[in-house]
Design a protein around this ligand. Structure first.
Ligand SMILES: [Zn+2]
Length: 371
C-alpha cells in the first residue's frame, strides 16, 4: 500500500524476539509456483551433521543458493550464522553439551531445538503433507482462490506480481519476502488445514499492495508513520479474515498458545485501544509542524502491529455489511476506516466510534495523498 518501509508481517512470532524484521527489497522469486527443492539440500546437510561430520563450505553454499534460503539469509546479516549454529547445535552428537546450554537459555531457544528435532522425527508426516495438499500440485492457484475472496474481481488475473511459495527449515514461522512466501516446512505441516489460509493471507498482501490508491511519501514526511499504521490496520485486518476467520483465534498449533492468548487478549481490548488511538489521531490532526513524535506514538500504540484491532474493524465491516463492503476498501485504508465508522454507528456499544476530528483528518490525508 502506501508505505515504502517493509511491513512487519503476520507471523514472525518467535524469531521476532531475536531479529527485527527487515524484509529489504530483494530480487523477485525466480519461479512462480511451489518450490520444495531446498529440502533435499537440507536433508543431505542434516545427515552429515547427525554423523558428526562438519559440512563443507560448498555444502552450505549449495543450500544458501536456493531462492528460499537466499531470501531467508537476506533478512539480517547475522541470520546465516544463526541458522548454521542452530543446525549444528541441534544435530551434531559432539555438541550435546552446547545443546543443553542452548535449550536452557530461554523458552524460545528450547522451542527452536525441539522444532529441529521434530523436523527429523516427523519427516514422513512432512512428506505426506507436501504430497497430499495443494502444495503437491506445484502451483499456487488454490491459495490464490482463497485470497481472491477478499480481492476485487479479476485482481489476481490483472496482477503484475507472480508470487511463489517455498519451503525451508528454520523456526516455526512464515515470511513473505519480496514476492516469495517463505515457510518453515514443519510449521506448515503443523498448521494442517489452516496452512492454505495462512498462505492466502500472505498472498492477499502481495495483491492488495498493488491496488493502493495512495501515492508513496518519503519516510521524512511527518505523516509517514501515520499512513503506515493505517495501512497495517486495514491490510492486516482484512488479511486476518482469511486465516484467523473469527475471534478468539484458534488456528495455530498448540505450541503457539502463548501467541494466541496474547493476541486474543489484545483483541478483547479493542474498544479501549481504538479510543486511545483516536485520541492520538486527534492530536495529530491538530498539529501543524514537528508532528513526527505524535506520528511515532501512533505507530507504536497498537499491539501486534495493529493486527487485533485491524481484525476487530474488519470483522465489524464484514459482519454488519458483508464481504463485498470489505472488498471495496482493499487498497484504501481511509475507505476501510469509513466503512468501520458506519458499522460502529450501527452497533456503538460493541464498536468504538471515532471522533469527527479523526475522520476529518483522514479525509484530509485522502485529499492530499490520493494518486
Ligand atoms: Zn499479514
Amino acid at each position: 500500500m502506501v508505505s515504502k518501509l517493509p511491513r512487519t508481517w503476520v507471523l514472525s512470532i518467535f524469531a521476532a524476539a531475536y531479529f527485527v524484521i527487515a524484509g529489504q527489497a530483494i530480487a523477485r522469486a525466480e519461479e512462480t509456483g511451489v518450490d520444495v527443492s531446498a529440502l533435499d539440500e537440507f536433508w543431505s546437510i542434516q545427515a552429515k551433521l547427525a554423523e558428526d561430520v562438519e559440512p563443507d563450505e560448498e555444502d552450505w553454499d549449495r543450500l544458501a543458493a536456493h531462492p528460499v534460503y537466499q531470501k531467508l539469509l537476506s533478512r539480517k546479516n547475522s541470520y546465516k550464522a544463526f541458522l548454521r549454529e542452530l543446525y549444528k547445535t541441534a544435530y551434531m552428537p559432539s555438541r550435546a553439551k552446547e545443546r543443553e546450554e542452548y535449550i536452557a537459555r530461554s523458552k524460545f531457544h528450547a522451542l527452536f531445538i525441539n522444532h529441529l528435532d521434530r523436523t527429523v522425527s516427523e519427516r514422513a508426516l512432512i512428506d505426506d503433507f507436501l504430497t497430499s495438499t495443494h502444495v503437491g500440485d506445484g502451483d499456487i492457484g488454490a491459495f490464490n482462490d482463497l485470497a481472491s475472496v477478499y480481492l476485487p474481481a479479476g485482481a489476481i488475473e490483472r496482477s503484475q506480481k507472480k508470487p511463489g511459495l517455498a519451503f525451508a527449515v528454520f523456526t516455526p514461522d512464515a515470511y513473505p519476502i519480496s514476492d516469495l512466501i517463505v515457510v518453515d516446512v514443519l510449521f506448515a505441516k503443523d498448521m494442517g488445514a489452516s496452512f492454505e489460509n495462512l498462505v492466502a493471507h500472505e498472498l492477499h498482501h502481495v495483491y492488495a499492495n498493488e491496488l493502493s490508491r495512495f501515492r508513496e511519501i518519503p519516510t521524512s514526511d511527518d505523516r509517514y508513520l501515520v499512513i503506515q499504521t493505517l495501512d497495517y490496520l486495514a491490510g492486516e485486518g482484512v488479511a486476518d479474515l482469511i486465516d484467523k476467520k473469527r475471534a478468539p483465534i484458534s488456528s495455530f498449533p498448540a505450541y503457539m498458545d502463548d501467541y494466541m492468548n496474547a493476541y486474543n487478549e489484545a483483541f478483547s481490548q479493542s474498544y479501549v485501544q481504538l479510543w486511545e488511538f483516536d485520541r492520538a489521531m486527534q492530536r495529530m490532526s491538530a498539529c501543524n509542524t514537528g508532528c513526527g513524535d505524535i506520528a511515532g506514538e501512533i505507530s507504536e500504540l497498537l499491539p501486534f502491529g495493529g493486527h487485533p484491532q485491524g481484525f476487530h474493524m474488519a470483522l465489524a465491516i464484514r459482519d454488519i455489511f458483508g464481504t463485498e463492503r470489505v472488498v471495496e476498501t482493499v487498497g484504501d485504508p481511509v475507505a476501510f476506516f469509513r466503512a468501520y465508522q458506519e458499522a460502529a454507528h450501527q452497533a456503538p456499544s460493541i464498536f468504538y466510534h471515532f471522533s469527527d476530528e479523526t475522520m476529518n483528518y483522514l479525509d484530509r490525508l485522502e485529499r492530499e495523498l490520493s494518486k
